[in-house]
Design a protein around this ligand. Structure first.
Ligand code: AQP
Length: 339
């Protein structure tokens, strides 16, 4: 097959399945903002079609879509530098999603650990969309011929599946049409864990609000949540090795490191021997310092739906300028007649 060169282009998305959390911010958004200043075209998406793979009250879905868009803008995503839109306004995602569902194999889907985690013992009762969602995610990425996807650790398997789907499509149709996209996973905030259980990731839709820091939480709530965060009684150790088998303690150290753009080693060096009574308030102050300016800008934007609609609408137009020709060519390659 002929060598194809792809424009360095980043795609990433966040589901409006609730309000944004510190996990979304440290695991994804912070990196998205940096990547917009690197030599990539950047396409960022509020993936509302993914959100409805589990039940969403329509009014809550609308509100969460605006909240996530506001959170991205308030965190520094600049619509002049990046394309920002919500997925359902670019129908190419769903159309390509169907084609890629016909390329993906059931055996591949059966290996997706996130589906197993989310469906649990209820696998017979969850939506077909929840099971098939990695094929739609592959379409989100491949509709832009995206070469890089910044994600948290939890999404790595889905990006690898996207590569498998792209490779099979290219092989089956004998054309190197889709790129083999790279996941970009960096930094100590790559997997932020629940504040109540160090073995579970912090999620928007986790059962208890005390498990997560929401980006719209006020200073008192943030302080209260960190104060009540589960830890063990031992103080912080002298070296990072001392955090082995202490997942809750490790999580708080990682959050501190990520918020202050430093390493977990540096945090341990600074706080060696400190008790939680000292560390937790310092962590809360740091989080409030970082999040307060973002959340006040988010609130301003959420109250200006006209502005958000303008940004999302024009982002969708720009997104479609890239995705429509890629979809058209996909149809031709597959042999679908367009009269
Ligand atoms: N806890 C986390 N740590 C690091 N990164 C995270 N991300 C989400 N949670 C963490 C990253 O945020 C991006 C958007 O993810 P998403 O909201 O589309 O999907 P998700 O990973 O399923 O998020 P939630 O919060 O767990 O949603 P629900 O509860 O609705 O399922 C991704 O890059 C993800 O890695």
């Amino acid at each position: 097959m002929a060598e194809t060169t792809f424009t360095p282009r980043v795609f990433s998305g966040i589901k409006p399945s609730g309000g944004l959390t510190l996990g979304n911010y440290l695991g994804a958004i912070k990196r998205w903002v940096e990547m917009a200043d690197e030599p990539y075209e950047t396409v960022y998406c509020v993936v509302d079609l993914h959100a409805i793979t589990v039940w969403q009250d329509p009014a809550d879905l609308r509100a969460a879509t605006y909240e996530v868009a506001a959170g991205l803008l308030a965190s520094g995503i600049d619509p002049a530098k990046s394309i920002l839109f919500n997925q359902s306004q670019a129908p190419e995602h769903a159309e390509l999603g169907w084609i890629l569902s016909c390329v993906a194999r059931v055996g591949w889907m059966n290996r997706m650990t996130q589906f197993k985690d989310k469906a649990g013992k209820n696998a017979e009762k969850v939506s077909l969309g929840l099971y098939a969602y990695p094929a739609l995610m592959a379409a989100d990425i491949l509709a832009y011929h995206a070469t890089h996807v910044p994600v948290g650790e939890d999404q790595k398997q889905h990006v690898e599946l996207t590569r498998d789907i792209a490779a099979k499509f290219n092989h089956d149709y004998g054309e190197e049409f889709f790129p083999l996209t790279e996941p970009v996973i960096e930094g100590p905030g790559m997997r932020v864990m629940s504040l109540r259980d160090g073995s579970k990731k912090m999620s928007k839709s986790g059962e208890s609000d005390m498990e997560r820091i929401n980006m719209l939480d006020d200073a008192d709530t943030i302080a209260k949540k960190f104060k009540k965060a589960r830890t063990d009684p031992a103080p912080l150790p002298e070296t990072l090795d001392g955090l082995k088998d202490r997942p809750e303690a490790r999580n708080l150290v990682d959050i501190y490191a990520s918020l202050s753009h430093t390493s977990a080693e540096a945090v341990i060096a600074e706080y060696a021997g400190a008790g939680w009574g000292q560390f937790k308030p310092a962590l809360a102050d740091l989080a409030v310092d970082k999040l307060a300016p973002i959340s006040s800008e988010m609130k301003r934007l959420i109250d200006d739906k006209g502005e958000l609609d303008r940004i999302l609408g024009s982002g969708a137009e720009k997104a479609r300028e890239i995705a429509a020709p890629i979809l058209k060519r996909t149809y031709e390659i597959v042999g679908l007649v367009r009269s």
